[in-house]
Design a protein around this ligand. Structure first.
Ligand code: COA
Length: 178
């Protein structure tokens, strides 16, 4: 039947409860979708879209088997952010791990990033991670402020590290030592 132009506006309700939980198989599609949304903003990540869902799924499950910490932020049942810390594989670098994170735009600035980062770093340290590192675009002030607040220090600038839409961007290498 043809639509007669009725529109449905959901009744305003309380905002969904947010929780930080370890990623499970049930969160993989939601994680993929959050990653894809943030990559497509073209302002923060090295990827400009998420890899295919099957590839993302394999990557997450493999990295969990290799000792990664990976949490997601849930709003109700929706995945609205993630934070992961992946140990390096070389025998001389297993105390060292690479951090990545993101929160979808409408949930930023509400403390989810801080909660995820605290939980991830604590789990990483309990597993023997003594060096957590990341690269962040030099123009990403909120992320840099957050990392500094958690004890990350700038170790250097990697110049023209990323090119997006024909514009080169520097990134900062930041690390937190314990
Ligand atoms: C960086 C990011 C994960 C932080 O998550 P978040 O949930 O917004 O973080 P929080 O709410 O815990 O806020 C952390 C700090 O960031 C700053 N901040 C957060 N959102 C901000 C915004 N929209 N504008 C300016 N500052 C902001 C605040 O200064 C806050 O510090 P405060 O607690 O002293 O006020 C989130 O902004 C994000 O996903 N950005 C896009 C993806 C990205 O940059 N990923 C990291 C790539 S290295």
């Amino acid at each position: 039947m043809a639509s007669v132009g009725l529109s449905f506006t959901p009744a305003p309700g309380p905002p969904p409860v947010t929780r930080i939980v370890p990623i499970g198989k049930e969160h993989l599609a939601g994680f993929h979708s959050a990653l894809d949304r943030i990559a497509r903003e073209r302002a923060y990540l090295a990827q400009l879209e998420a890899p295919a869902l099957a590839k993302t799924r394999r990557f997450v499950l493999d990295s969990l088997r290799n000792g990664a910490v990976h949490v997601v932020a849930l709003a109700g049942r929706e995945v609205v952010g993630w934070c992961d810390l992946r140990p390096k594989s070389a025998v001389t670098q297993r105390h060292s791990a690479v951090l990545g994170m993101g929160v979808v735009a409408e949930y930023r600035g509400q403390g989810l990033g801080s909660r995820m980062l605290a939980a991830t770093l604590e789990s990483g340290e309990a597993r023997g991670i003594r060096r957590s590192e990341l690269v962040v675009r030099a123009d990403n002030a909120p992320a840099i402020a957050l990392y500094r607040r958690f004890g990350f220090q700038v170790e250097g600038t990697c110049e023209r590290y990323l090119t997006v839409d024909g514009i080169d961007h520097d990134v900062l290498l930041m690390a937190r030592l314990r």
